[in-house]
Design a protein around this ligand. Sequence first.
Ligand code: HEC
Ligand code: HEC
Length: 338
Amino acid sequence: MKYRIIVLVAFLLSLTLIICNTNNIVRWFNPENNKAKTTSFSESSSTKENTTETAIAYWQPKPVNLITNRTLKEQVNYGKELIAHTAKYLGPNGTVLQITNGQNCQNCHLQAGTLVFANNYGSVASSYPKFRARSGRLENIYKRVNDCLERSLNGKALDTTSKEMQAIVAYINHIGSNVPKGQHAAGSGLKDMAYLKRAADPIKGKAVYVTKCQSCHQANGEGVLQPDKVEYSFPPLWGKHSFNDGAGLYRISNFAKYIKYNMPLGVTHENPQLSDEEAWDVSAYVITQSRPHLEVPNDWPDIAKKPIDYPFGPYADAFSQKQHKYGPFNPIVSSTKK
Ligand code: HEC
Ligand code: HEC
């Protein structure tokens, strides 16, 4: 009973937050604003985005209802559905295959991968295939989607020719088709944030978690399943049903950037609620908890290309694994610049 009340209160809280932000959502869904705003990859820099914040018109997805071909429209809609409700089709109780941990792609790519700075897919169609240092090779969108299936959803890859993979890729390609090839869509992916001068602190982070996250994601971090046990109302942040340690979100900078501008659910990048310190510390707390492990012996074939917050050695520098996991990062940045 107590448990149900907590879930209800959390739900109402999230609704209020969402309603408070309706203006943003409406503006952003408006198909008239459908012209993508882009910069070339070389020019785009986060500092520029930060300083001219109010002047920037962010990328908006190309609306699905503009598709005239009926077969294509059905396929794209199915792709969107798979991203929004992945577990219904591919989760432990999925109707098509049972190959994932029960999370939805949308848990980390908000609003089916279309929301500004909520890890959206704005620049995917325009930039893939691209070289990725993690694998050390040219990757197409299929490979990138399967990466998230195997890591973020701690699951198995989809056959490239399957109806589901074809639909997911058709959707991602469609919504990003208003971005010219080679260009970066403004507001796509995650928003940059500054490093702390100190290491991120899991103990301080626990206090943040208790007051700002636990009502939804639960004290044990395992989230809340809906009563039919198919999809989560609140996804797990750690534990055996969460993303594994090979996932992008396991890197503290990705985690911090995602939550700073998107959590508690309902905040936007324009009105974040967490301070930078809170964001880094709570990220440190979450990545300190246990989660599934993935063996990735082929990742980062060139160790000099590892991101500075990649939490597993060996490294091309002399900094410890702990410092690479929690910071402080500025000394590592300046040493690699030399
Ligand atoms: C637990 C969180 C999480 C889930 C769930 C998740 N992803 Fe991701 N995804 C990420 C993160 C974080 C990145 C960026 C990682 C990086 O840059 O290192 C990413 C990147 C991507 C990219 C590349 C984006 C770009 O701009 O290069 C694609 C495509 C993608 N995900 C698709 C999917 C699909 C499809 C699903 C569901 C099958 C999914 N993801 C589920 C966290 C997640
Ligand atoms: C009001 C409820 C609520 C609160 C409070 C909340 N979240 Fe979330 N969070 C959600 C929901 C719901 C999702 C999934 C969103 C979706 O699928 O559209 C989510 C998704 C996430 C994700 C990506 C999915 C995953 O499983 O990894 C992370 C990370 C996350 N939250 C971290 C946090 C952190 C850290 C805090 C505290 C600073 C927090 N959340 C506070 C409701 C909440």
